[in-house]
Design a protein around this ligand. Structure first.
Ligand SMILES: *[C@@H]1O[C@H](CO)[C@@H](O)[C@H](O)[C@H]1NC(C)=O
Ligand SMILES: *[C@@H]1O[C@H](CO)[C@@H](O)[C@H](O)[C@H]1NC(C)=O
Ligand SMILES: *[C@@H]1O[C@H](CO)[C@@H](O)[C@H](O)[C@H]1NC(C)=O
Ligand SMILES: *[C@@H]1O[C@H](CO)[C@@H](O)[C@H](O)[C@H]1NC(C)=O
Ligand SMILES: *[C@@H]1O[C@H](CO)[C@@H](O)[C@H](O)[C@H]1NC(C)=O
Length: 407
């Protein structure tokens, strides 16, 4: 049955048409029970809050260093604070009751508002300015009380990519800002968390292949922590480690770090890298390290992708490729030069995947020279021209750490 679901999700994912995936009996079903694995949780009280992308200590470092003139935080903060999504005067574009991914339907309003809710949450934490608190929470409540459905074949991507941004805003405002969602009630509420549980989390439970699967795993980890859902968290963690079509070793080759879509194009490789890193970030804040899993595979993957996208030569093994490669005209005899660049080029921005592995490596004293070059090039080429998807280009503010020797 699970295999069939993969096929359904995968087959509907590629043709770009919008129609309901007929697996509602499963997507509304229970989370499968998985074997206990290192890093699993047993009780709700084991969750740390805030604990998605940013712990309390992360937020404090961000605030103190930004306001205290410490680099790289201070310069990044001065650009970030002037970004249109960071302004308390940001004009909300939604809410809408139905969204689906793509240009046709309410998607950009959701993506942009989620980003503004998150950036205003960060701004509120740093400045303690009530106007930012108001902007972030009114966006959360507006979407939280209005959105009733996410439709279309790409919904698991929408939920994974943009839903987690909203969840991160909510985590900060709830645990640091004292925000109580509109509609909260002991009788069962009607606001943000209801939506997170019934829409976002439920729509991510069928874990597809390659980046589809990674987006779901990343989404589930964020939502599970927000919701204190032990079973959901363990399920997603297990999939990250073991899913043979969506987990870490399904996406990146253990010996070289080659991406399973390296023969397809480079944007998809960078997406996978970014989303697995972001998933690892959540788990790190829950007290378990996925960055070092399989002998530092994420760092190896980052180095491989950075080197190739910087025009370096890398080994390519045509026998390492993603599940259902046939859906995207694979498998591929050669590594692809499609979208082979870092950051911004010809009106398109590749994923901001370098900053997080760069800083994570720095804090561990790991040598990641290609990743560092890629991050520098990314920062220089992108500056403020980020797309809603690429909010993570603010790594110098959001994920910066001191080098290991300076800690
Ligand atoms: C802030 O953003 C505005 C509009 O994008 C720009 O004109 C201005 O130069 C920026 N100011 C700083 C200090 O970056
Ligand atoms: C966009 O949202 C509106 C409600 O705000 C809804 O009526 C409409 O169906 C949505 N559009 C699509 C294509 O889902
Ligand atoms: C939708 O959001 C607005 C703005 O927060 C809110 O006033 C309204 O009650 C919500 N519900 C509906 C059905 O519009
Ligand atoms: C890689 O090569 C292409 C084509 O020659 C060139 O346009 C691009 O600037 C090079 N990238 C780097 C990082 O040197
Ligand atoms: C692709 O790989 C095959 C097998 O390694 C090789 O013979 C061929 O020349 C390559 N094609 C290109 C366009 O590089």
């Amino acid at each position: 049955m699970r295999f069939l679901n993969y096929l359904l999700v995968a087959a509907t994912a590629v043709n770009g048409l919008l129609f309901e995936i007929k697996t509602d009996h499963n997507s509304k079903g229970p989370v499968p029970v998985v074997p206990t694995t290192e890093g699993s949780k047993k009780r709700t009280s084991e969750f740390q809050h805030p604990g998605l992308w940013h712990s309390h200590e992360d937020l404090e470092a961000m605030r103190k260093n930004s306001l205290g003139g410490v680099e790289p935080w201070a310069s990044a903060y001065s650009r970030f604070s002037n970004d249109s999504y960071s302004l308390a005067t940001y004009k909300m574009q939604g809410p809408h009751s139905v969204v689906s991914r793509g240009s046709i339907s309410n998607y950009t309003s959701f993506a942009n508002d989620a980003r503004a809710a998150y950036q205003n949450a960060i701004m509120w934490y740093i400045t303690q300015d009530q106007a930012h608190w108001d902007r972030s929470t009114t966006i959360l409540d507006a979407w939280g009380t209005n959105l009733t459905n996410i439709i279309g074949t790409d919904r698991s991507l929408l939920v994974g990519i943009n839903g987690v941004v909203l969840a991160n805003a909510a985590e900060i405002m709830r645990w640091e800002g004292g925000w109580v969602e509109q509609g909260a009630s002991w009788k069962g509420g009607s606001g943000f968390s209801i939506q997170l549980y019934w829409l976002f989390a439920r729509q991510s439970i069928i874990i597809g292949q390659a980046n589809y699967g990674v987006a779901s795993i990343m989404g589930l980890l964020n939502f599970a922590v927000y919701l204190d859902d032990v079973a959901l968290y363990n399920y997603a963690l297990y999939a990250y480690k073991n899913d043979l079509c969506a987990g870490l070793t399904a996406n990146f080759d253990q010996s070289t770090g080659q991406g399973a879509e390296a023969g397809r194009d480079q944007t998809h490789v960078q997406d996978g890298l970014q989303w697995l890193s972001m998933a690892s970030r959540v788990v790190k804040n829950q007290g378990y390290d996925l960055f070092s899993l399989d002998k530092n595979l994420l760092f190896k993957a980052s180095e491989y992708a950075a080197k190739y996208n910087l025009n370096g030569t890398v080994p390519y093994d045509a026998s390492f490729y993603r599940c259902e490669a046939v859906l995207v005209n694979g498998p591929w005899a050669n590594i692809s030069a499609e979208n082979r660049y870092i950051g911004y080029q010809n009106g398109k921005t590749n994923p901001a995947c370098w900053g997080i592995t760069y800083y994570e490596g720095l804090s561990r004293g790991l040598d990641v020279p290609w990743t560092k070059r890629a991050k520098d090039l990314y920062d220089a080429s992108v500056e403020a021209q980020t797309s809603p998807v690429d909010f993570l280009s603010w790594a110098d503010l959001l994920f910066a750490t001191k080098a290991k020797s300076n800690q």
